[in-house]
Design a protein around this ligand. Sequence first.
Ligand code: MN
Length: 399
Amino acid sequence: MFRCPNQVVSSVLACVRRISPVYTFRSWLQHLADTRRLATVDKPVDLRFELAAVAKYLDGKQPVLFKRVQGHEVPVVSGIAGSRSLLAEALGCSVAWIVEHFAAACAHPLPSQRVSAEQAPVQERVITSPVDLMKTLPIPVHHEHDAGPYITAGLFIVRNPVTGQQNVAIHRLQVTGPNRLGVLLLPRHTQHLWRQAEAAGRPLECAIVIGVDPATLLASQANVPLGVDELAVAGALRNEPLRVVRGVTVDVDVPADAEIVLEGRILPQVREPEGPFGEFPKYYGPRSEKEVVEVTAITSRTQPFFHTILPAGWEHLLLGAIPREASLLAAVRQTVPTVTAVHLTPGGTCRFHAAIAMRKQHEGQAKNAILAAFANNFDLKHVVVVDDDVDIFQAEEVE
Ligand code: MN
């Protein structure tokens, strides 16, 4: 694993009360700052469009820290995982090895370790009633036609009431009231667990975690079966169990070293308008009636950072791409073991087009790799298979 140089660790220890043994959001930030790769904006920025515009300008080039956000004490950070090389560094592997490393972590998850509230920096500060999201947190409006401020980097955690297993995903969250969020639940695991709760007439408790290390952020997007806790994938990626703490008002375990947690519940039989929202393919997702989260508590570090992911930016695209590539690699290898690499290309917004490299040994293997790819991933529309001497990260070489 990659570790901070000793002087970085000691400088972080000097300014932070408690620290995870590996990376936290703020130790990663500190590492970026110490190696002169963190852009800082000292001028006050407006949460409405201006912050997103600067983040867009730096997208894929540099992570950015906005020290002064108008009307707020809490600084905002964007782009902490905005390139494959940053993610590789945070995972302690080479760029070429990220997908293999992620696939291995999905196959061998490492369960989290629960700690007490006293050992959890994310519960240094607790706000219960009244909760006022916009007063407490600097939540940006990213794009011109967005319906309002959106939380884009929140790990949405729910617990399966039957099995006790947790599930983690990122869902777009529109702030619609002081303690109210509209949430887009696509037909995946959160929605499955939510439908069971709603059918029984019950709310579903949830926690929304903002400000985690890049490995945990990436793990939240793991394409693992229902019942596999994505935080355990984070543990495997970090080669060490993630420290978690039980929520203050909900029975949900959250990363103890995170910056901010919103606790709440999805309300049964309630739907309210959510959207439009500028989405990953650089088109707007439409407005419609969506589920509603009522926030019951905000917990945080004493002086937290707020993380926002610029929609359709590199951080957004890569957090989606790498876990999908890992799942794709595992799937096509079951059919053709000599597949050497897969890539979801930027031209397909890192979702729709795949390039696959393989050492072909028999006729028909390329065709089978293509069919296996389509069977694995319902977003895929276009697959190209090439020999393993082609660098599939270079569009010119593939073509
Ligand atoms: Mn899941």
